[in-house]
Ligand binder design. Structure first.
Ligand SMILES: [Zn+2]
Length: 290
């Protein structure tokens, strides 16, 4: 019997890495490795991937796509800069390519996740949607007819660092991870959520989520005014708390958005934390055919 050939999908985050095989239709062998005390450098990642493939019986691989929380070069070879990983001009594709013996391409993680939503997720029937990731960081990408709109410098993904909260919230006055005050991420980023969940309970907890929804609704309303998308697709770890913030988010969105009739829809992802891997599989399949 002919052995299946796969594409290798890799999704590197700030503190863990996911890897899976993609057969053109679905993922298999989905595996997650926490970095723990290890420092995620390309050589270490190459070693982990090789040992994973050995443990899977050395499946045949066409090529690999690796998602990174970073800005990458247009040739998909080098990570130009990643605050989360502390990398700069890192030749990730060539290090991994040498170790794996197949072509490797790197891509900004959110572009891969948005691509998965456009092809097989909540953006499937939408010609113009904005994907918003509510994780530790907050980021976005506009997908126009299934193509990410990257902007003049490839930076049109930084919703988290838009200074939208000047003076409105005391948290916004604290410098964000980027060193600046007033960032969206300082108010609705996953770090704030984690801190609140650790410290607060009961009524304060409910008030926090109500305010969270209001702030998120205002952020989406700003984007609706700037971009007028058909819909938003929300994903990321914070979405697990959807029942706690959805009502106030929708109320604020409706209250603040100027619209003649139909508002942009707000949808939640069903692909969840596999969106990045599915997007990597789809991208590998396409890049291998170019
Ligand atoms: Zn910032």
């Amino acid at each position: 019997m002919r052995k299946t050939t796969y594409w290798l999908a890799v999704d590197i985050g700030a503190s863990s890495m996911k890897v899976a095989l993609w057969d053109g239709r679905r993922l298999s062998r989905v595996n997650r490795t926490d970095f723990g005390s290890s420092i995620a450098k390309p050589d270490w990642i190459a070693q982990r991937l090789c040992s994973k493939l050995r443990s899977w019986g050395e499946p045949r691989i066409h090529s690999a796509v690796v998602g990174v929380p970073a800005l990458v070069d247009p040739e998909h070879r080098t990570v130009l800069t990643s605050v989360n990983l502390g990398w700069r001009n890192t030749p990730l594709a060539s290090v991994l390519g040498k170790a794996l013996g197949v072509p490797v391409y790197v891509e900004t993680d959110i572009f891969l996740a948005a691509r998965a939503e456009a092809e097989v997720g909540a953006g499937r029937n939408s010609a113009d949607f904005v994907y918003v990731n509510l994780g530790t960081g907050v980021s976005h990408v506009r997908m126009l007819r299934k193509a990410p709109q990257l902007g003049a410098h490839g930076l049109a993904a930084n919703l988290g660092h838009a200074p939208l909260f000047s003076g409105r919230d005391r948290r916004a006055r604290q410098p964000c991870g980027c060193g600046r005050p007033y960032c969206v991420e300082s108010v609705i980023g996953g770090r704030v959520v984690a801190t609140v969940l650790r410290r607060w309970g009961g009524r304060e907890h409910r008030r926090f989520w109500r305010d969270y929804g209001t702030n998120l609704g205002i952020v989406l309303s700003c984007m609706a005014s700037l971009l007028d998308p058909e819909r938003f697709v929300l994903n990321g770890g914070v979405c697990a708390s959807r029942p706690l913030f959805e009502a106030s988010m929708l109320a604020a969105f409706e209250r603040h958005t100027v619209h003649p009739g139909a508002l942009p829809k707000i949808c939640f992802s069903r692909l969840g934390d596999r969106a990045g891997l599915i997007g990597a599989g789809l991208a590998a399949q396409q890049m291998g055919n170019e």
